[in-house]
Design a binder for this molecule. Structure first.
Ligand SMILES: *Cc1c(COP(=O)(O)O)cnc(C)c1O
Length: 397
């Protein structure tokens, strides 16, 4: 069997490196440095040490007893990425890439951010490792996420507003790529999900694969067998790729990725790339993309900012076409219901992104047998979403 991805970063017809000539050399340098680091025992030991003593790993698996009772079917287990430092899985990748930047002799990191979660994770890791940090953020996103802008500044990062296009995530990515081209000798670009040109999709998946390798051991020890089903939400796809990667070889384990169904099925009302998208090239990689008839990126909508992106990681496109993973959609309302359900029954307020995965479990677990286990990745905690949920539900704080 051919390795996936191949040496040029292709997952079947997806992935690759669709970038201007000026980025080819930096991407080749990054690939070589990462390949070297991942084989180096010293680097692996240092990363594992930081994950344990700084990020709070391993995160536990919690058996959701009351949710299981309530649903009356399969036993539900939660992988608790909400317990990571900074509140979500994003720190795993941020610490990994910042450590790599330091090893490459780069004193400066840059990052793009939409809602601010990845920006905060990178600003955190940069502070930890003494790296200079600049985060690009659309000015519309800055306005909506003022708290995260200030949080990044507290952490010592410089936040630069991008006043182009729709002034959101994709404009911030374009600006980050421009900065990187001009400053590549001193700067590493910390991309936040399994997106972008090779090696980012495979490198970010590998930094997140700690979720799956821990979960595989934990579920075997706590449930005494493999789960029947593993569920994760899919924005760019990094938390899902991280947990799925350990289970992909076990054909008897069903894998389901949950996309944002938003408020409807028309283009612009959701971010369900596999339901409404088609193959195309965005931000340096080929994958499924929500686009109009002229190939322009479509606007998207989701109640959760982290799932609100028109493209998806190329490995997910490959898993979709090869049918190893199924992709489903969960809408805003169903996700909000699951947000309340997990809070009330388990004392865990999930991120709205993670609530999409919980909602799918609530849909299917009642139809499954009581001896079967469902493992759901709780990618982050919901503190960041409390004010927004109150606003949507008309609660005055
Ligand atoms: C950013 C984010 C996501 C979406 O990103 P992926 O790369 O798809 O994992 C999901 N959950 C939380 C809590 C996030 O912060």
């Amino acid at each position: 069997m051919k390795p996936v991805p191949d040496s040029r970063g292709y997952f079947g017809p997806y992935g690759g490196r669709f970038v201007p000539e000026t980025l080819m050399a930096p991407l080749a340098e990054l690939t070589a440095a990462w390949q070297d680091a991942r084989r180096d025992r010293g680097f692996r030991r240092e990363l594992a040490g930081l994950l344990a003593t700084y990020c709070g790993r391993p995160t536990p698996i919690s058996f959701a007893a009351r949710l299981t009772d309530h649903l009356g079917g399969a036993r539900v287990y939660l992988k608790r990425e909400d317990l990571c430092h900074t509140g979500a899985h994003k720190i795993n990748n941020a610490v990994g890439q910042c450590l790599l930047a330091r090893r490459m002799g780069k004193a400066r990191v840059i990052a793009e951010t939409g809602a601010g979660q990845h920006g905060v994770a990178v600003a955190t890791a940069a502070a930890l490792l003494g790296l200079q940090c600049r985060v690009y953020m659309g000015t519309e996103d800055e306005r909506r996420q003022a708290l995260n802008v200030y949080r990044m500044k507290l952490l010592g990062a410089e936040v630069v507003g991008v006043d182009a296009g729709a002034r959101t995530l994709k404009d911030a990515i374009n600006e980050s790529l421009r900065d990187w081209v001009s400053n590549v000798a001193t700067t590493h670009y910390v991309l936040g999900s399994v997106l972008g040109p090779h090696p980012y999709p495979v490198m970010v998946r590998e930094f997140q694969s700690v979720i799956g390798s821990e979960a595989l051991l934990q579920i075997r020890s706590q449930h005494r067998s493999l789960p029947r089903l593993v569920v994760a939400c899919v924005g760019g796809g990094s938390n899902a790729a991280g947990i799925f990667s350990a289970f992909v070889p076990y054909r008897q384990v069903e894998l389901v990725g949950v996309e944002a169904g938003g408020r409807g099925t028309r283009l612009g009302e959701h971010a369900a790339r596999f339901a409404g998208g088609a193959p195309g090239v965005v931000h340096g990689t080929r994958s499924y993309v929500l686009q109009d008839q002229d190939g322009q990126l479509s606007p998207t909508h989701s109640v959760s900012a982290g799932l609100d992106y028109p493209a998806v990681g190329p490995e997910h496109a490959f898993w979709h076409d090869s049918r190893r993973v199924s992709y489903v959609r969960v809408g805003d309302r169903e996700a909000l219901d699951a947000f309340h359900l997990l809070s009330e029954l388990e004392g865990i307020v999930p991120a709205l992104e993670s609530a999409h995965a919980v909602a799918y479990v609530a849909r299917v677990a009642p139809r499954m047998g009581g001896g079967e286990a469902v493992l759901v990745n709780v990618s982050g905690r919901g503190d960041k979403d409390v004010v927004e949920v109150a606003r949507i539900e008309g609660v005055t704080l």
